[in-house]
Design a protein around this ligand. Structure first.
Ligand code: SF4
Length: 298
């Protein structure tokens, strides 16, 4: 059950962990990319932009039921890719019905960001669409190519800097273990480079699991990707953070997704040494050869 209970959602619906209290509004259905090899979130859906009248009806139902959300999250997979007229009209309706809404968030791909002009992104930010969640996954081009992410590390950097300069807060997500053992070292080094170049306001990790039915799972089954052990995943987390440089603006760091074995959080660079020490302790305690158990639902 979601906070937006009066709405009938086109399931499944996903949102970032930090949007757990947000009203969820579906602007698009599915994901316009829908090709990332590890992802099964929207494989059951065919991508489309919802009819504007239906979006407005959902918002009106929420207003009629007395909701006064502090935060709203626009679904599904990459709603920032919706046309400007749909996004602007949705945001205008939100601001009219819920004048006290503080923040509106959205998942975005690098492509979504690069396709929109700076002027367009600024217009959206002015209407309170002001946090974008970007699945960087890796800063390594070889890994990005292997997982069919559809963007290069350079695209990720350009998109990150662009959206930040247009008034959005950026929440960047990297995936531990996504390159398997073979590409682990370059995944660490190049992900740290992208994080250092972009300094998102929020940075988090997910742990990669080979979900049955995905091409990633098939590659693991065929021995083309060798998954990381629990210890190796922790080493990736430690080394990416250690190699990343953070400027004086604080980065809120979280590794509290259900896929991660150990919840962790803090402010960077202030808490960096403490966080690294905590991860080092976990690495020392974790036996060799142990693999993490996939959560029931990510
Ligand atoms: S990871 Fe994101 S961009 Fe890739 S298919 Fe899944 S929802 Fe779409």
């Amino acid at each position: 059950m979601f906070f937006g209970q009066p709405i009938t959602y086109e399931e499944p619906v996903f949102r970032p962990p930090s949007e757990w209290r947000s009203l969820l509004i579906q602007v698009t259905i599915g994901c316009s990319n829908n090709k990332c090899t590890y992802c099964d979130m929207y494989r059951s859906k065919t991508y489309r932009v919802r009819n504007l009248d239906d979006i407005k009806k959902d918002l009106q139902k929420c207003a009629d039921s007395g909701m006064a959300p502090d935060k709203i999250f626009l679904c599904d997979g990459d709603a920032l890719g919706a046309p400007m007229e749909v996004l602007e009209a949705t945001l205008d309706t939100i601001n009219e019905l819920f004048p006290d809404v503080r923040r509106i968030g959205v998942y975005a791909t690098a492509e979504n960001i690069l396709e929109k002009s700076e002027e367009e992104l600024k217009r959206l930010a002015d209407k309170k669409l002001n946090i974008a969640y970007l699945g960087l996954e890796s800063g390594d081009d070889k890994v990005l190519h292997m997982i069919v992410k559809g963007n290069t590390a350079e695209d990720m950097v350009k998109a990150s800097l662009k959206i930040k300069s247009c008034g959005f807060k950026l929440s960047t997500i990297a995936m531990l273990g996504v390159g398997g053992k073979k590409y682990s070292q370059q995944h660490i080094e190049n992900t740290a480079k992208v994080i250092s170049q972009t300094n998102p306001e929020f940075f988090s990790f997910l742990t990669t699991f080979a979900v049955p039915g995905t091409p990633y799972h098939t590659m693991v089954e065929r021995g083309l990707i060798e998954p990381l052990t629990s210890k190796e995943l922790l080493i990736e987390m430690h080394d990416i953070l250690e190699l990343s440089s953070f400027d004086l603006n604080s980065v809120i760091f979280r590794a509290n997704h259900v896929s991660n074995a150990h919840p962790l959080g803090g402010t960077l660079p202030k808490d960096k040494e403490k966080i690294l020490k905590t991860i080092k302790g976990w690495i020392d305690q974790t036996p060799e050869g142990l693999y993490p158990t996939a959560p029931e639902r990510m």
